[in-house]
Write a protein that binds this ligand. Structure first.
Ligand SMILES: [Zn+2]
Length: 251
């Protein structure tokens, strides 16, 4: 069964806008799925997770230009503003599954579930790049960090079990950091923060979303009490700032 999306806004938007048309009727620009790899489609199409996520995005946000989510692309994960496409290759999915296999060896169902959670995080991250580009949303600091933050917010605020999905996305960053080996100079000038930092930032978002519920998680991540408390303020600011920035984008 597909994940339930828990927002009144979504329910209202779905009722009022059955065809996904913009509220003012001026634009039918939307996000569309293209399954371009049979293996990828065979693995994940039936789950409906991408269709649900895309329905949620279309019901909640408008677009300046239509955008294609290409599942099974040659390259990526990436957002290409010249072609208005978000690309996620099948090889990324299989890589994520194999990394999670190190964590939960022998439990294919769990590996696949964790991989789907992280792919949704990836989709929302790339959607973040697209929305920043299409609506010229100002970004201070690294855009990569900003869209990681948006992915956390969309998962935690709109999805049942979204916090657990964000935790799984964070786990992938931890696994990727172990996979990477010794840090090289290029890791420091890369446009992304280090995988270790992306792990802690995402864990901080989850802890900050409900400090009482995730006190054990904060301890597991090694956060001091002060850091766990500051995560609450950081997460509140993150939610509030994205809410303001996405006001012109919301349907
Ligand atoms: Zn990115």
């Amino acid at each position: 069964m597909s994940k339930m999306i828990q927002t009144i806004l979504f329910a209202i938007a779905a009722m009022v806008l059955p065809c996904g048309a913009a509220a003012d009727g001026s634009s039918n620009a939307r996000l569309q799925i293209e399954w371009s790899d049979e293996k990828f489609a065979a693995e994940l199409k039936a789950s409906g997770v991408f269709e649900d996520a895309v329905d949620f995005i279309n019901a909640t946000f408008r677009f300046e230009r239509s955008l294609v989510l290409q599942l099974g692309a040659q390259d990526g994960p990436l957002y290409d503003p010249r072609q208005d496409v978000i690309q996620i290759p099948y090889e990324f999915y299989t890589k994520v599954v194999s990394l999670f296999a190190q964590l939960e060896p022998g439990d294919e169902a769990i590996e696949k579930e964790f991989a789907i959670d992280t792919l949704l995080h990836t989709l929302f991250h790339e959607y973040g790049h697209a929305v920043i580009d299409q609506f010229e949303i100002p970004v201070l600091g690294r855009e990569e960090d900003a869209v990681d933050g948006l992915a956390s917010v969309l998962l935690i605020e709109y999805y049942d079990n979204g916090a657990e999905m964000a935790i799984n996305a964070a786990e992938l960053f931890a696994l990727e950091s172990e996979d990477r080996g010794t840090l090289q100079e290029e890791d420091f000038w890369d446009e992304h923060s280090l995988d270790e930092q992306r792990y802690y930032s995402t864990m901080c978002h989850v802890v900050g979303s409900d400090a009482a519920e995730y006190s054990e998680l904060a301890a597991l991540a090694g956060f001091s009490e002060e850091r766990a408390e500051s995560c609450v303020f950081e997460y509140q600011q993150l939610v509030s700032d994205w809410d303001k920035l996405l006001t012109p984008v919301r349907r």
